[in-house]
Ligand binder design. Structure first.
Ligand SMILES: Nc1ncnc2c1ncn2[C@@H]1O[C@H](COP(=O)(O)OP(=O)(O)OP(=O)(O)O)[C@@H](O)[C@H]1O
Length: 460
């Protein structure tokens, strides 16, 4: 019979107990260590990869108050709070054993033991040890992934008065649990700001969960946000927590809230009001504890007047409203962004000596930036990649300025209405890339999802 890959340590001052336990356990488990005193426990824990410790409660002859058992139990758990400790005790000491569980022991075994019960208790302990191990690996992986993402979303760049004012609100609001609604055009940095609020919040060590409501179909909305029970619908192969539960002790960022269909708005309102979610197909209501942040590029206040967005939901989500101005309204920030992204991409593409020509700089400063910060980021990246010499020139950016579009196709730009110009630019990008959404989105400085939303909006 193959043995279970596990190391069990048994500590008891009674040699007969040690011997019979060893005889039983070594048939089942790969490594069984026996000790007559817990004094070497530090060394053993640091040297051996121990999965389960079976610890007697009393070591001094004539004493059965369990004090030593408690002492060593606390000591072991102070070295490793997840260690599985099973206490061994005699019939008259059950109260002691129960108290030891309150202190963190996994379980207790009565002496003389039944072999079957003894092995079942150890196996249950091993199962827990395995899941603790998995959880600790998952936690580390999660922390590493989180760090990666945090590095991608660096500091808040911008020194304009607009950004300074906005940051004073961020300072005030971050450490509270107020719901915050972030408004702003595409690419202005709504997600970036939401992450900054999370980083400065009391739940900064918890997860930051981002949900793009614009990309969720109605059928997926409930199961993604609230979770589901196995069998709740055809593809529900296993129980799954929703994003509200995943964001426990962290921040849930509901992006593109304006895209939520009206019938789902009332569901979301109830959840936010009650701070409870029910998984699909399950009757249980689960409380959640997550900071809620929201964002949209839609004129949400106007939509309330037009009946497209529920006023009561808006009142729930905008305890504090922060509007990020478009880049064209804070031109002082352009040069900061140019320098910031230029340094990042010079280092990424190993072009440390690259310079920006004065014409290139002039073009960057005067460009209209309809795609806001994301557009600057992509433009600088493209410039760094395309430049052949020591300097980036305007042609390396391939920027389509409003003026040039207007001149080349003057009949289209009779008006400078932003919506019409935006529609034209989207069409131009699609024509240029022969309908390739990914390339057109990149050129426009948008995500694919954002471009799809515009195609729908402009009926293209
Ligand atoms: N103030 C800022 N400082 C540094 N980087 C920024 C800033 N604002 C935006 N960015 C960067 O610009 C890019 C676009 O920002 P982000 O995705 O947050 O915009 P958004 O408004 O959420 O866009 P969308 O509406 O398309 O979802 C990201 O790479 C982000 O890190």
């Amino acid at each position: 019979m193959t043995k279970i890959k596990a190391t069990i340590l048994i500590i008891d001052d009674d040699e007969d107990v040690l011997l019979s336990a060893k005889l039983l356990l070594k048939k089942k488990y790969e490594t069984v260590i026996t000790k007559s005193s817990p004094k070497e426990i530090n060394q053993l824990i640091s040297k051996e990869n121990i999965d389960v410790i079976i610890l007697d409660m009393n070591y001094r002859i004539g004493f059965n108050d369990g004090k030593e058992g408690f002492y060593w139990l606390k000591h072991i758990l102070s070295i490793n709070k997840n260690m599985i400790v099973i206490l061994m005790t005699a019939y008259g000491e059950i109260e002691l054993a129960v108290n030891s569980i309150k202190l963190g022991a996994f379980d207790f075994i009565l002496k003389p033991w039944s072999n079957e019960k003894f092995l079942a208790t150890i196996n249950a302990g091993l199962e827990l040890s395995k899941s603790n191990h998995k959880i600790s690996i998952l936690k580390s992986t999660n922390a590493a992934l989180q760090k990666n993402i945090d590095e991608k979303f660096g500091p808040i760049i911008g020194n304009s008065n607009e950004i300074k004012q906005l940051m004073t609100i961020v300072d005030k609001v971050s450490a509270t649990d107020a719901n915050v609604l972030i408004l702003g055009e595409n690419g202005t940095g709504k997600q970036h700001l939401a992450r900054e609020i999370h980083k400065r919040s009391n739940q900064k060590n918890g997860p930051f969960i981002h949900v793009d409501l614009g990309s969720l179909s109605e059928s997926l909305f409930e199961s993604e946000l609230f979770g589901h029970k196995k069998g709740a619908f055809t593809d529900a192969f296993e129980d799954k927590p929703g994003r509200f539960e995943m964001a426990e002790n962290g921040t849930l960022f509901l992006d593109e809230i304006g895209n939520l269909p009206i019938n789902l708005q009332s569901k979301l309102l109830t959840v936010i009001q009650d701070k409870k979610v029910s998984r699909l197909g399950e009757g249980i209501e689960r409380s959640f504890n997550a900071r809620l942040l929201f964002a949209t590029n839609a004129p949400i206040n106007q939509w309330v007047t037009e009946g497209k967005f529920r006023q009561d939901l808006l009142f729930r989500i905008n305890t504090v409203e922060i509007e990020i101005p478009p880049l064209r309204n804070r031109p002082d920030d352009i040069i900061d962004f140019v320098n910031y992204f230029f340094n990042i991409f010079k280092s990424k593409y190993h072009k440390a000596h690259l310079k920006l020509s004065s014409e290139a700089l002039k073009e960057l400063k005067t460009h209209h930036w309809p795609g806001n910060v994301r557009e600057i980021q992509h433009t600088i990246e493209r410039g760094v990649i395309m430049s052949d010499g020591h300097e980036i020139t305007p042609s390396d950016f391939n920027l389509v300025s409003l003026a040039s579009v207007s001149n080349s196709d003057n009949s289209e730009f009779d008006s400078l209405n932003l919506q019409e110009v935006e529609k034209l630019l989207v069409q131009k990008a699609l024509d240029k890339h022969k309908g390739n959404i990914s390339k057109a989105a990149k050129d426009l400085g948008l995500t694919r999802a954002a471009l799809y939303r515009r195609l729908e909006k402009f009926d293209i």
